[in-house]
Design a protein around this ligand. Structure first.
Ligand code: NAD
Ligand code: UDP
Length: 352
């Protein structure tokens, strides 16, 4: 584990965030906790770190920067309550903390399939190491599980009691089975050692700070539309997903962490409004005003045919449901990518 230097921050692309001066003046209440966010420099993790700091907590972000970037959390340095560590969760870590969020794991299919053995290790050894840490310091621990534990589901919408339909050795298995084993470890540490656990199963979530090269459908379609490139629909576009905006999800995370010890999860978190991938492409084209063509590409192996969360449990036990509709979330995400791509074009023009 090594502390990240300012030089590393400076080596990253230009910041497209608004000013975050208010972060520096955030008051720290007496109830302030020290919270470890593993995978905190990624898309979801950076939003979570930001919200925890706004709520007056001290945050330690541990990340191996495989898909995340120091730039995503750069603005949090001025708070004086933020520490960034380069650390791979496959290795043990020892820090006195009150709470742990485990978000460390690549989430996009091309990224988690790039080094599938490390992906499995990340979910299994990573969870084991963080659960040991939680046990050592009596910390409450949260696991970012996934709708992928349902595989290509035969039950629709997916309820938490459904055990899923997962291929144990296909190209997605490193992610799906790794996350399933992590859920097993969490429940066993709870049963055998009394560790307080919180598991959420996240359904497709999008928003600012996804990488332009992330590879997931919303970032791909928006970047392709903004660049005037072909929009790549895999298969015939009739497969469905339900898309949740990042702000709604982070609200759900915090409600889950603050819930009574008896609520261990898994609890589904996602937006229950379902779209086909073809409908998503049409919305992105309409909102960007792009003239990109739609082209078809082969459907990846084991690509789930349909996905929609049943969120009754989250509504009942956490008082949570998403507020941001797809068109609104897409507008914010398009504005973000537009700024990122424009900044990139300017940098290239300066160098040329
Ligand atoms: P992301 O790839 O942007 O973030 C993952 C972060 O974990 C990155 O910062 C990455 O560098 C870090 N990481 C990866 N392996 C690590 C390791 N071995 N040690 C330390 N850090 C490591 O993805 P995201 O969308 O922000 O996803 C965050 C978490 O939420 C992941 O665990 C993912 O499985 C889960 N999740 C996300 C979604 C979604 O739609 N965004 C859906 C289901 C589950
Ligand atoms: N997809 C697509 N074009 C892309 C990227 C993805 O049609 O450029 C499809 C993909 O095959 C899947 C859906 O969009 O059916 C969601 O894919 P994503 O990788 O975002 O998430 P996941 O498959 O993990 O739900």
């Amino acid at each position: 584990m090594s502390k990240v230097t300012n030089n590393l921050f400076r080596s990253e692309p230009a910041n497209v965030e608004p000013a975050w001066n208010d972060i520096a003046t955030t008051r720290r209440p007496k109830s302030s906790k020290t919270i470890l966010v593993a995978g905190g420099a990624g898309f979801l993790g950076s939003h979570l770190c930001e919200q925890l700091i706004r709520n007056g907590h001290r945050v330690v972000c541990a990340d191996n920067f495989s898909t995340g970037m120091p730039e995503n959390v750069r603005h949090l340095r001025s708070s004086g309550a933020f520490t960034l560590l380069r650390h791979d969760v496959v290795d043990p870590i020892d820090l006195r903390v009150d709470e742990i969020y485990n978000l460390a794991c690549p989430a996009s299919p091309p990224h988690y399939q790039a080094d599938p053995i490390h992906t499995t290790k990340t979910s299994v050894f990573g969870s084991l190491n963080l659960l040991e840490l939680a046990f050592r310091y009596g910390a409450r621990i949260f696991q970012a599980s996934t709708s992928e534990v349902y595989g290509d589901p035969n039950v629709h919408p997916q309820v938490e009691t459904y055990w899923g339909n997962v291929n144990p050795f296909g190209p997605r298995s490193c992610y799906d089975e790794g996350k399933r084993c992590a859920e097993t470890l969490f429940h066993d540490f709870n049963r055998v050692r009394g560790v307080e656990i919180k598991i959420v199963r996240i359904f497709n979530t999008y928003g600012p700070r996804m990488r332009p090269d992330d590879g997931r459908v919303i970032s791909n379609f928006i970047v392709q539309a903004l660049r005037g490139e072909d929009i790549t629909i895999y298969g015939d576009g009739s497969q469905t997903r339900s898309f949740c905006f990042v702000d709604d999800l982070i609200d759900g995370f915090q409600r889950m962490m603050a819930s009574p010890p008896s609520l261990t999860g898994p609890v589904n978190l996602g937006n229950p409004v379902e779209f086909t991938v073809a409908e998503l492409a049409d919305q992105v084209l309409a909102l960007t005003g792009s003239r990109s063509r739609i082209v078809r590409r082969p459907l990846p192996t084991d690509d789930p045919r349909q996905r929609r969360p049943d969120i009754s449990q989250a509504m009942r036990q956490l008082g949570w449901q998403p507020k941001v509709v797809l068109a609104e979330g897409l507008k914010q995400t398009i504005a973000y990518f537009d700024a990122v791509l424009t900044a990139k074009r300017h940098r290239i023009a300066e160098v040329a």
